[in-house]
Design a protein around this ligand. Sequence first.
Ligand SMILES: [Zn+2]
Length: 454
Amino acid sequence: MTAILLRGGYVIDPGTRTEGFFDVLSVNGRIASMSPPGNTLGPEGSTIVDAHACWVVPGLIDVHVHLRDPGFPLKETIASGLRAAAAGGFATVAAMANTRPVNDLPQVTGYMLEQARATHSARLVPVAAVTRGLEGRAGVDYRAMAEAGARLFSDDGVPVDDEALLSRALDEIGALGFAISLHEEDRGLSRNGAVNAGTAAKRLGLKGYPNAAEAKRVQRDLALAVATRAPVHIAHVSTRESLELVREARGRGARVSCEVTPHHFALDEAATLRWGPNAKMNPPLRAPGDVEALRAAIADGTIDLIASDHAPHEPAAKHLEQLADFFSADRDAPQLPPREAEIFADCANGIVGLETSLGLALQLVHRSLIGGARLVEMMSLNPARLLRLERGSLATGAVADITVIDPNLEWAVEPDRFRSKSRNTPFMGMRLKGRAILTMVGGEIVYDGRRGDS
Ligand SMILES: [Zn+2]
């Protein structure tokens, strides 16, 4: 028997509308009881965790991570990625399909789940590709992928350009009960632009990626969502136009959810001038007005959830050495010479996020934009709903996936201490307040930051 008693923490469980001080007891992997603090005695041999001054919340879930496994062990493996997840407070992460080989066959899904089981850390939910090889030409066997364990479908990294193919996929995947997560980009308009079409592009002398490249594709796909009534999820929304389209489509009956990444609500395009390749992602960091609109949409409920889009890359993929003379944390970069502009445009997109996501999301609470319950809704309950998982709740009998958060613990982002194999982050040195100190999966402690383990 395994029993863990979390004593005296502040429970925030929006799924059961519970908020207050409780002792939470987990026995054999399930929540056994939640009782007024102070007197709970676990069964003999229980592990006691002092959770005073901490939040006790259902295990956090990230629906959008890239674990690079199979295929790119230099960037990340399932083992290193899941340990990074657990250290960031995540009990479950959904791993995108753009691995090598692509996750478009049950064998690949099986490999991912097998690696995850062997890691004994956070849980992995496989995301299956919508099209074979992410090539946009032919659909995969959705039923076989769902039977192998996929609970979300996405070609993330690239958009699904073929509208008829996407429409059929929505029908079929919707009939299986699952959602498609869409990377929304009209590549005719983005022209694979390196940075936001605005200050960043102008100052660096780079091709811009305009808001319209996202919004135009969101508009097309929300029309499909209205027509098919299938569940559609919009990945990494970055523009105010997209948010307007989501609100409007909901009014017309679309079953649409959407996510925002911490970098898109915490940073604007100015960060690109300092961090260069480590602030380059797709979609790019946007103008301050978009960031304001994203924050407002977090507060008013338009945005359903926060997802990291954890995208590890080694320094060479970011061409850091070749661009080292141009970017520095304490001054804006000059206009890039043509050769360097090309190198910049060619560097890989994305940043790591699993170990900074919660700290950045907590800034929203500390600045009183949202309360703790809304944060937990966006980082556990709504992600569980998107993945059709019975998670995101601390009800008696529920699986004991639990995150203990010290909301006031101050720390600085030190990439050298990440569990992730990669260090590509624009948050290096940033002071954050609040982090996970304990992560439990199925009643087992998979991360313990109390032992100077942070
Ligand atoms: Zn994407």
